[in-house]
Design a binder for this molecule. Structure first.
Ligand code: FEO
Length: 391
């Protein structure tokens, strides 16, 4: 339970959630951390807390540096309870500490905790002196809640970015030069796809706000601290915020008696003929939060379902509901499926793709089991339609 120094007066004092596997519906196969930071300046300052059940772990880390009751300033950059869960205990321990938050943070903390705390509200451009150092505040509205805020220390060029640039990884390593970089990037991509994706414009606002700031370290509120690769993660955020895609296709489906699966494979053949990288995902075997990681940079997204009781399969409906909420833009969609009678599923799938504003390749609907010649024809039709898409 030792704190980990970022330099000679700033320490990571967060909590490691080794067992977390589900973060409100997002599978976190590698667990997570809730990052909190202590700054040992003339004003002893704590940036964020942890989920309530890791508060004692955080206090133990802080106690290795200083008596937690000596904290002068507590900064709550985000109301969400994975970062504010330790606040009630902290405010009991240090009732005279200045509690700094954003305007929406004050409203959210009040609404959630219903405590009579005395908030000091900061907005973009405001700053506070801690003694030898200072913190400048940057509102991160809707990245991904109305209250998110970051703070930047100009004397060290450290950006405490809160949820932005985070990843769900539980590890005893804290820095990006201590942990496999490909895993950090995979988890940062998954995090963006499942948490930040609906807020591209707001993310761009944050990127604009930090543009030009010298940044030597990005200390997010989840996972690994960026030290060697700050420019890479910022470049990726620019691309993701702009909904930039790669020439890549994914085919997401569920199947009852393999007819929809056969169509999925015919569609795959069409993309392969174009030498477009393509991946197939059977919703029975992969979680929707992992599919979203692939959606993030896929240009073509094909979704298939047979008809069950006048509807698409519940697995497909769940994926589409989740995907629609995360609102990926500038995609090309293709609905497909099979049916015995009724056959409503394909139109239902296509309707959701249309609601997301995607350009559509004409839907494919087959009755009972498609024979080989029909599958060849489907592959040829999809191949030709891909040709017509001007991206
Ligand atoms: Fe990591 Fe929005 O909380």
């Amino acid at each position: 339970m030792k704190p980990i120094p970022l330099n000679d007066f700033i320490y990571w004092v967060g909590g490691i959630d080794w067992d977390l596997r589900n973060f409100h519906g997002y599978l976190t196969q590698r667990g997570s951390t809730y990052n909190a930071y202590v700054i040992m300046d003339e004003k002893i300052t704590l940036i964020d807390t942890v989920k309530y059940y890791l508060t004692d772990e955080m206090l133990e880390r802080i106690s290795c540096i200083v008596d937690p009751s000596k904290i002068d300033i507590i900064i709550s950059n985000h109301v969400e309870m994975d970062h504010s869960g330790g606040l009630p205990q902290l405010m009991e321990l240090c009732p005279n500490a200045m509690l700094i938050t954003s305007p929406n943070g004050a409203k959210g903390l009040e609404a959630h905790y219903k405590k009579n705390w005395n908030y000091t509200v900061m907005k973009t451009g405001d700053s506070i002196s801690l003694g030898k150092t200072s913190l400048q505040f940057i509102l991160e509205q809707m990245v991904h809640w109305p209250d998110n805020m970051a703070c930047y220390m100009p004397q060290t060029n450290i950006l405490f970015s809160n949820d932005a640039f985070g990843q769900h990884i539980a590890t005893s390593q804290r820095f990006d030069d201590e942990y496999p970089f490909d895993i950090i990037m995979d988890e940062a991509k998954k995090y963006y796809a499942n948490i930040v994706l609906p807020y591209g414009k707001q993310t761009q606002n944050v990127l604009d706000a930090i543009e030009g700031l010298p940044i030597t370290m990005i200390a997010p509120s989840h996972g690994i601290i960026w030290k060697q690769h700050t420019s890479q993660i910022i470049a990726h955020y620019k691309k993701w915020a702009n909904n930039e895609t790669s020439n890549k296709a994914i085919i997401v489906y569920d199947t009852m008696w393999n007819s929809t699966k056969l169509v999925a494979h015919a569609i795959k053949d069409a993309f392969e003929q174009h030498a477009i990288p393509v991946k197939l995902f059977d919703l029975k075997t992969i979680h929707i939060s992992d599919i979203m990681t692939e959606v993030l940079d896929a240009r073509y997204i094909c979704v298939g379902s047979p008809t069950l009781n006048n509807n698409m399969l519940p697995t497909v409906a769940a994926f589409l509901t989740y995907c629609k909420g995360l609102a990926p833009k500038n995609r090309v969609g293709l609905a497909f499926g099979s049916y015995g009678w009724g056959g409503q599923s394909v139109a239902q799938v296509e309707d959701v793709l249309q609601q997301m504003g995607w350009r559509l390749i004409p839907a494919i609907k087959v009755n009972y089991v498609p024979q080989k010649q029909l599958l060849v024809t489907i592959a040829q039709q999809v191949f030709e339609k891909i040709n017509e898409i001007d991206f």
